[in-house]
Design a protein around this ligand. Structure first.
Ligand code: PMP
Length: 315
């Protein structure tokens, strides 16, 4: 779908996957005017296709578009386009339990613009790719390192929207962490440098007894759809969930730590290294709460349990 600045998107069309043409002076290439989303389609045992909360991705894209001065498809247009793309690619959806179809919507300033300004024209497209289950043989813990020099986002910046540049900015810290054998980086806030923010592409939760704490949404972390869903699921299972500033020191006496995101759903954290300290969680790093929340959400997403929350769109 294409549209000009100040106008609305019209109905799109299906096209074979391939390279696209882009002006060298397009807004996205020169000024980073780009946003993306990520969601998954699962195949249910009866053959039906399931989408998990696609309207939430549409709303997040719209919030991002407002921040980045871009026109955006409506929630209805977004969801219809996702459905049409998934149906057209039905043969790529793995069988039940064998993975999912990852869906990547992209919105970009595709029009040419030389001086700094919003691009005159925009393109919205969706591509898909089959992906296996993130955890092949049960949950496996990840090992994180707290990043103390580089930050992912600053107050008033674009940390809360899924804009492409945010991801280029984390590559350096992430590569350094991986080179040292860590799975990923846990970022701190850029003001006090002592409160947890998030991992490169996941939100973070800290468990202590019956209380699960997670950094609140204040403009510097991405409002994850899995995060929001896990908060509701945990509360419905009797946990107390606090959205607040979580100090890095709280990691020291936590019972469990886990991350959430579309790719991993819930990922237990086995250890966290902060300055010269390394804290490990549990004997095998897979805490009871992480396991329970992972099972509940994945069963729902795959259509194995009743959708009491009304989160599933069935195609
Ligand atoms: N934080 C960041 C920076 C992310 O890129 C993602 C992945 N979209 C998340 C958190 C988790 O969000 P979601 O649960 O919507 O996938």
């Amino acid at each position: 779908m294409k549209c000009s600045q100040g106008e609305s998107f019209a109905k799109g069309e299906l096209q074979r996957f391939g390279n696209i043409e882009l002006s060298p002076s397009s807004g996205v290439l020169n000024y980073g005017q780009g946003l993306f989303e990520g969601l998954k389609a699962y195949r249910k045992h009866d053959g039906k296709i399931l989408l998990f909360r696609p309207e939430e991705n549409a709303l997040r894209l719209r919030m991002g578009a407002e921040r980045m001065c871009m026109p955006c498809p409506t929630v209805e247009q977004f969801v219809e386009a996702v459905k049409a793309t998934v149906v057209a690619n039905e043969r790529w959806i793995p069988p039940p339990g064998k993975g999912s179809l990852y869906i990547r919507p992209l919105l970009m300033g595709s029009g040419a613009v030389l001086g700094l300004a919003p691009a005159p024209e925009y393109t919205f497209l969706i591509y898909v790719s089959p992906v296996g289950n993130y955890f092949k043989e049960g949950l496996a813990p990840i090992n994180l390192i707290v990043e103390t020099d580089m930050h992912r986002a600053a107050p008033g910046g674009t940390g809360a929207v899924k804009t492409i540049g945010n991801y280029a900015g984390v590559l350096k810290a992430q590569s350094a962490a991986k080179a040292k054998g860590f799975s990923d980086v846990l970022y701190l806030d850029s003001t006090y440098k002592k409160y947890l923010e998030e991992v490169s592409s996941c939100n973070v939760f800290v468990v202590k007894g019956n209380v699960i704490s997670t950094p609140g949404i204040k403009g510097t972390i991405l409002p994850g759809i899995t995060r929001k869903s896990i908060i509701d699921v945990a509360r419905s299972q009797g946990f107390e969930v606090e959205e607040r500033m979580v100090a890095v020191d709280e990691l020291l006496d936590a019972d469990e730590v886990f991350c959430t995101g579309t790719a991993v759903v819930v990922s237990p954290v086995g250890s966290i290294t902060y300055l010269d300290k390394r804290v490990s969680y549990g004997s095998d790093g897979v805490g009871r709460v992480s396991q329970q929340l992972y099972s509940t959400l994945t069963s729902l997403q795959m259509g194995l349990t009743e959708d009491k929350m009304g989160w599933i769109t069935q195609l």
